[in-house]
Design a protein. Structure first.
Length: 596
């Protein structure tokens, strides 16, 4: 089995070039953030990921979470790792200092999520969701709820979950039936929630659930949903833990992957009714939940990056050590390790290039998040928020779809041994598979992208980003011959994205079914082209950096080669995806449902 090593050089490169750390240090509350701090935090986090979390990944997958009579035990070692995680302050890295957090920017916090996911995705899901609860309460919770719950959520003494769907609802939250009845000073919650990640466990002394439910007389559909904070244990006025609430874990799911993470069925109100507290205003619960959901979607996108990176490292280690066959063209002599075979190198380059592009896009979004939250100018905050909104479904959808592809290539590199659980390659593919589904499937992300983010605003933000991509052409032209192929491929790809975007703008309102039929190809097109744009930027930055005194030329030369591979081998997919968007709807819809 390989050992995870955080790709610190590429992370630091991506933070500098795509998050734009220099600009973020000028934002309010970020003056103490600099390159030295980034390097120190990443290095320490890398040691924790490698030394504490990674050794538990395989054993956690084998043992899995265990349910017994309503209680859930995490895999052996997880609880102690969680205590170390919270004691080190990792849980509150980006949280407000008012509640004990460190207040660091997301462009530093998100790369750490990548590390935790690479090392142990099942474990990482717990603090990721807790961070999302912090985010939702910060934006929408009353002062009383904030003062009572936030300090222990930030410290990690308590964990958090979000409770959306129900057996009859699936992704259609308009069908939610969980009910909330008002009672003096609180509400009584009754209903069943499914697919609740870390909804019950023994790693923390309390669990804070954010639950979607309906008040009496609420409007039908999503407009009648409210959000309630429902703790596993009630909380006394002084912040101490009180009696057990009326919440029961009925069962945990038996899943394809992430076995160490319990996915729970929770029953609320089997007896007197679970006590909950309204968050914000009534009937605005779905709106509030999307604060947490969008935060989680970025986090899931980083799960895709993290699990892909781990699959790549595992495959690379195998390719470096597995001896099989002679080098191409050699009929005699010693056999070589499989990394010498061209097709294995092609697969490794595909994995590496995909990951670097995914990481660049995720870190770009993290920088936009910091600027949207912290920029002193309201108009600038609005621009950055619009770009963040545009990028979020792409980060979530594209990065997770590629994670499955990358992990599958990792199995392929292992050959028949990859299909055998003992080598470990299969776990990354199994774990990656859920990332395209939860927090909204790829289809849901794509519909959000073409609807709220492109169609609703007539493509304004998307076309502005296309214009920004075109601005790189002059810089590529100035470099000359070494970048000629990258320049031409990027130009064609950006053209393809613009054509597809304008087609969607023209057809979204008039032919919504046709637009929806090509939404996923459009999301993949957007990610592919954005990745190419960022890889071209990376190549320019690497070329400039390598001339500086003391430059790490080996790293920068590899960055140039990887960027060229992406633009020459992977970016040409854009033309086909664009053609699918503009011409593919009729054949998708031609066969009527009854004809299948």
């Amino acid at each position: 089995m390989s050992t995870y090593t955080a790709p610190l050089k590429d992370m630091q490169f991506a933070i500098a070039e795509f998050s734009g750390i220099e600009g973020i240090t000028a934002l309010p509350g970020c003056s103490e953030v600099n390159a030295d701090l980034v390097e120190a935090v990443l290095a320490e986090a890398g040691r924790f990921a490698q030394g504490v979390l990674d050794p538990l990944n395989r054993s956690g997958d084998k043992q899995g979470a265990r349910w017994h009579d309503g209680s859930v035990n995490a895999p052996d070692g997880f609880a102690e790792a969680y205590r170390q995680f919270t004691a080190a302050g990792w849980n509150g890295l980006a949280a407000s200092q008012e509640y004990g957090g460190q207040g660091l920017p997301h462009c530093l916090a998100l790369p750490l999520q990548e590390m935790w996911n690479s090392a142990n995705m099942a474990f990482c899901l717990c603090p990721m969701l807790t961070t999302g609860v912090q985010e939702a309460l910060t934006h929408h919770g009353s002062r009383e709820l904030l003062d009572l719950y936030m300090p222990k959520l930030v410290s990690g003494e308590w964990t958090g979950t979000m409770n959306l769907t129900e057996p009859q609802a699936g992704s259609d939250l308009s069908a939610v039936r969980t009910a909330a009845a008002p009672e003096s000073g609180h509400y009584r919650i009754r209903g069943t929630k499914i697919f609740i990640t870390w909804g019950e466990h023994d790693m923390a002394e309390n669990i804070v659930h954010l639950v979607l439910a309906r008040l009496p007389g609420a409007p039908e559909g999503v407009k009648g949903i409210s959000m309630f904070l429902v703790p596993k244990y009630l909380v006394n006025a002084d912040g101490s833990r009180g009696a057990r609430n009326d919440i029961r874990c009925v069962s945990i799911e038996h899943k394809l992957g992430i076995h160490g993470s319990p996915t729970c069925v929770l029953a609320y109100g089997d007896r007197a009714g679970a006590i909950g507290h309204l968050v914000g205003e009534a009937n605005r619960g779905l709106e509030y939940m999307f604060t947490m959901m969008n935060h989680a979607r970025l986090g899931v996108g980083m799960e895709g990056v993290g699990i892909a990176e781990r699959a790549y490292q595992h495959a690379l280690e195998y390719a470096r050590t597995r001896v099989q066959g002679r080098a191409i063209g050699q009929r005699a002599g010693d056999r070589v390790t499989i990394i010498h075979h061209p097709d294995v190198r092609r697969m490794l380059m595909t994995m590496r290039a995909r990951i670097e592009a995914m990481r660049a896009l995720g870190y770009l979004a993290a920088g936009e998040l910091d600027r949207a939250k912290r920029h002193p100018d309201a108009e600038a905050r609005g621009r950055h928020q619009a770009r963040l909104d545009l990028l979020t479904p792409v980060v979530k959808g594209w990065c997770t779809e590629l994670a499955v592809e990358v992990a599958s290539l990792g199995v392929q590199i292992h050959g028949g041994m990859g299909f055998i659980e003992e080598t470990g390659a299969a776990q990354y593919l199994r774990d990656a598979r859920i990332t395209t589904i939860y927090e909204g499937t790829t289809g849901i992300q794509a519909n959000d992208l073409i609807g709220r983010k492109v169609g609703a605003e007539q493509g304004a933000t998307a076309l502005a980003l296309v214009a920004a991509m075109r601005e790189l052409d002059a810089a590529l032209a100035a470099v000359g011959a070494p970048f000629a192929s990258m320049r031409s491929e990027l130009s064609r790809a950006v053209d393809a994205l613009e054509v597809a975007t304008r087609w969607l703008v023209d057809h979204y309102r008039a032919e919504p079914e046709a637009a929806a039929a090509v939404a996923v190809p459009y999301l993949k097109l957007f990610g592919t082209v954005a990745g190419g744009w960022l890889m071209a930027r990376a190549a320019l930055a690497a070329a400039s950096r390598r001339e500086a005194p003391g430059a790490d030329r080996a790293f920068l030369d590899a960055k140039l080669v990887t960027a060229r591979f992406y633009l020459e081998h992977l970016l040409p997919e854009a033309a086909a995806l664009s053609a699918t968007v503009t011409r593919g709807a009729p054949s998708t819809l031609a066969l009527q449902p009854e004809a299948f």
